[in-house]
Design a binder for this molecule. Structure first.
Ligand SMILES: Nc1ncnc2c1ncn2[C@@H]1O[C@H](COP(=O)(O)OP(=O)(O)OP(=O)(O)O)[C@@H](O)[C@H]1O
Length: 338
């Protein structure tokens, strides 16, 4: 299966509009089996909508067009039953807030058993044994005793682990994690990132990691895709983008990373805000905020093109290569972004 079609998910020209307002402007993106892809960008850039659309989870008023293929199977406009088979089974999605996945009035063991029943047809003792194995796998200590507890009896970090256990119940080929660690303190966040890495190593599943946190992305992903105002503006390996961001927006995101030990004045926020999708500026959507913009940037949107080094870039005035490498690279090497 994997040899003829190495891409697990292939999005082509994916567009989404709400009430006539376009918020995704043609996303082309692939996720290969087993790979970990980070999706970064400021709030409102379309990271979540991209994956909610791919999984058919947007509200009915959303107009979705383009192609969404999972293992070669077209899901855009597919029957509900086809979508449900993929959702939770082939692809699972977890969110920042565990309450979106955990039912507060059901014991945790029962919730996982139900997920196992739906996705894998397991029942009775077989389901219980597998649920305990999943709890153990995600690092919930003393699983047999805690099987009968309710979600509120677990800490925030443990709820995140429970949500991951639920997601794993369908043995997904891909886990989409939407800001899974944003609400957690640094130590717990690091533990969840370690868990995601361990689970990938153990199960071979692919991961899409949606985050504002470039440091977290660098710890779990091999490839990063940067989104701005409903478009992909740059995509490349973690090493490429971290050592030499070429899109001025990617560069701006790096400059805005808070340093744990550094003086706060080293943090340089990108001036301005993400435009309202109702009133996108002409040309490149980032041009009004871009220090490199020239007149042409305000009239023509640059297409996303492969570069000589294999990355994809949508920019007429990329950051000159010579001026970029030092600081971001140094931060990674010194582990200041962890
Ligand atoms: N249900 C909805 N109805 C109308 N507009 C929506 C809806 N969901 C998202 N949008 C809009 O779509 C755009 C993209 O939102 P999205 O949530 O994908 O951004 P994001 O990059 O994931 O941001 P965040 O990091 O805050 O989650 C935003 O302008 C948002 O307001």
């Amino acid at each position: 299966m994997g040899t003829t079609n190495p891409d697990l998910v292939e999005l082509r020209d994916l567009k989404v509009a709400f009430d006539g307002v376009q918020v995704l402007h043609g996303i082309d993106l692939t996720v290969a089996r087993g790979e970990a892809l980070g999706l970064v960008g400021e709030s409102g850039c379309g990271k979540s909508v991209t994956w909610l659309a791919a999984l058919g989870l947007l509200p009915g008023k959303a107009a979705v067009t383009g192609s969404i293929r999972v293992d070669g199977r077209q899901l855009c406009g597919a029957e509900r039953s086809d979508l449900e088979e993929v959702r939770g089974g082939r692809i699972a999605m977890i969110f920042q807030d565990p309450s979106s996945s955990l039912n507060p009035v059901l014991r945790i063991g029962r919730q996982i058993v139900e997920a196992l029943q739906i996705h894998r047809g397991l029942r009775g003792q077989a389901a219980r044994t597998e649920a305990l194995r999943l709890l153990d796998m995600v690092g919930i200590p003393d699983a047999p005793r805690r099987f009968d507890l309710y979600p509120h009896e677990f800490s925030g970090g443990q709820c995140q682990r429970l949500m991951i256990a639920m997601a794993l119940a369908g043995e997904p080929d891909l886990l989409v994690a939407d800001e899974p660690t944003t609400a957690l303190d640094a130590t717990i966040q690091a533990q969840i990132l370690d868990l995601l890495n361990a689970l990938r190593a153990e199960t071979g599943m692919a991961l899409v990691f949606i985050s504002h946190d470039l440091g977290a992305v660098s710890q779990v992903c091999e490839r990063v895709c940067v989104m701005y105002a409903g478009r992909i503006v740059e995509e490349g390996s973690v090493a490429q983008l971290f050592s030499q961001p070429r899109h001025p927006y990617t560069r701006g995101l790096f400059d805005a990373i808070p340093r744990i030990d550094g003086p706060r004045d080293r943090l340089i926020p990108i001036p301005g805000t993400v435009p309202n999708p109702k009133h996108l500026p002409a040309g490149c959507s980032f041009s009004p905020r871009c220090p490199y913009a020239v007149d042409a940037c305000g009239s023509t949107y640059p297409s996303l093109e492969f570069q000589g080094d294999g990355r994809r870039l949508a920019c007429m005035r990329p950051v000159p290569a010579v001026t970029t490498s030092g600081e971001a690279k140094r931060r990674i090497h010194e582990g200041l972004m962890a």
